[in-house]
Ligand binder design. Sequence first.
Ligand code: H2B
Length: 120
Amino acid sequence: MPKDTAYSNNQIAEKLKDLSGWRVEEGALVRNFETDGWPTTLMLVNMIGFFAEAADHHPDLAVSWSKVAVKLSTHSAGGITEKDFALARLVDQWSLWRPESGGALAGTPRPFVKSGSAKG
Ligand code: H2B
């Protein structure tokens, strides 16, 4: 399957099994995050923005004080493609990353970024 071809609903449902936290809404892959406030929200937005630009694939972001909603679709394909799944995996991997416990890095004591509810 070329990476620019939109997946069928069945293919998307199958691939979502390996990507918990994401859902399909209005033809896009969507995930919500919650943060401990505006500074963390902006850090998260910038991190996603960095990957998006490096990848040349850009999500829609809905940003409020302690919430970031990430919406991924491939405009040129008119649907959800492997590009969207690839970027979703990157966002998941790094937005929820924390240092391993017992390692050299203590990790922030703040709530920082966590998975948000589907209601936004
Ligand atoms: N992002 C998304 N989400 N869909 C696209 O079709 C798309 C994109 N196209 N980022 C890219 C940029 C294209 O416009 C450039 C020229 O590569």
